[in-house]
Ligand binder design. Structure first.
Ligand code: NAD
Ligand code: TYD
Length: 351
């Protein structure tokens, strides 16, 4: 079968990657989507069980740190484009051990860039690098991150992502390599690994466990439904300018404490518990080291140039998310068994 494009999606078995793979496989039957993933603790092929037999979907188990893995995938599929999501993605883990972040996020990204630069000929290719707003650092109460905001990463995670962004941009400026970058705010939605704030709280509420809020809970994040991040990547991948970066965010800022309280309310209602039951589980714990105060995105370039807008309000997106976790408790039971238990003890029992 002839495919119009053959897109290598790295990290396609992770949280955002699995939503992106599903969207592209279903929406573009004339594209071949190759999910290239190492299957770390964060990668889970069950996230894609509904599309695994689709004719335009392939899975390739590989590590972007290993050049030979990427070369083998190229030999097998001759991919024409890349949407690069594979990364170590959790700030708390990067504080405990930065080296995995340097290897996958920096070395892995440069490996991919180099191989694509060597193999691709002609103009009809795109390397879309998926990044984060955390590269811009931390805001006070005022202002927003723009595409032109100077980079000021502060955690080992954001430093590794900033470094990868710089390499991606350097390949454009130095070699004219066809890149696009998107920098998105915090995502939430189904299939989100319960090390991150929202799924961790959902899991703990379900199990009547303490809800650990770092510091005094006044840190602010700008939350976007993962499906809306995917539609932004689709728009940028197809219609964004080569060499450009685009900020993605939903003008949806919440302090952590307000968000956790709101989530408690939604969960109490869904679980038929008296209102106020889950909120009693909140505990303020030792703050994260170097905790960034506020992230907030100005996405006007994406909205004005490419006509993107979020499809749901936060209230709607969170309701859908909670519903998914309640209907898929076996998913969360599986991913929280084994290694997750020792992770949780190490991270939280000392706080
Ligand atoms: P995730 O941790 O859920 O998934 C990462 C995926 O990458 C996993 O499937 C994992 O197995 C795979 N992977 C890790 N190391 C690999 C390697 N060396 N080779 C091949 N595969 C490897 O992450 P996510 O939350 O889905 O984030 C995806 C991307 O989006 C990341 O680049 C992240 O920086 C970026 N991002 C995330 C958010 C967010 O809120 N989650 C926001 C903005 C940007
Ligand atoms: P997280 O989901 O780890 O995303 P990021 O650090 O990339 O923004 O954390 C979101 C916010 O929630 C951040 O300010 C840290 C805070 N947080 C807690 O208060 N308790 C927790 O158990 C976790 C995981 C995060």
């Amino acid at each position: 079968m002839h495919f119009k494009k053959k897109i290598l999606v790295t990290g396609g078995a992770g949280f955002i990657g699995s939503h992106l793979v599903r969207h592209f496989v279903n929406k573009y039957p004339d594209y071949l989507i190759i999910n290239f993933d190492k299957l770390t603790y964060a990668g889970n092929l069950e996230n894609l069980s509904d599309i695994e037999t689709a004719l335009n979907y392939k899975f390739f188990k590989g590590d972007i740190v290993e050049k030979n893995d990427i070369l083998e995938a190229f030999q097998k599929y001759e991919f024409t484009d890349v949407i690069h999501l594979a990364a170590e993605s959790h700030v708390d883990r990067s504080i405990e051990g930065p080296m995995d972040f340097v290897m996958t996020n920096v070395v892995g990204t440069v490996n991919l860039l180099q191989i694509c630069k060597e193999k691709w000929q002609g103009n009809n290719h795109v390397f879309h690098h998926v990044s984060t707003d955390e590269v811009f650092g931390s805001l006070n109460e005022e202002g927003f991150f723009l595409e032109t905001t100077a980079y000021d990463p502060r955690s080992p995670y954001s430093a590794s992502k900033a470094s990868s962004d710089h390499f991606v941009r350097a390949f454009y400026h130095t070699y004219g390599f066809p890149i696009k970058i998107s920098n998105c705010s915090n995502n939430y939605g189904s299939h989100h690994f319960p090390e991150k704030l929202i799924p961790l709280m959902i899991n703990n509420i379900l199990n009547h466990k303490p809800l650990p809020v770092y510091g005094n809970g006044s840190n602010i994040r700008d939350w976007l439904w993962v499906v809306d991040h995917v539609s932004a990547i689709d728009a940028i991948f197809h219609d964004g300018h080569i060499g450009s970066s685009y900020n993605v965010g939903g003008l949806n800022e919440w302090t952590n404490i307000d968000l956790v309280k709101y989530l408690c309310e939604v969960m109490d209602r869904e679980l038929g518990r008296p209102l106020g039951t889950s909120e009693k589980l909140i505990v303020f714990v030792e703050d994260r080291k170097g905790h960034d105060h506020r992230y907030a995105i100005d996405a006007s370039k994406l909205v004005n140039d490419l006509g993107w807008k979020p499809s749901v309000t936060f209230e709607e997106g969170l309701a859908l998310t909670v519903k998914w976790y309640l209907e898929n408790q076996s998913w969360i039971e599986k991913v929280t068994s084994g290694a997750y238990q020792s992770y949780y003890e190490k991270m939280y029992n000392t706080k």
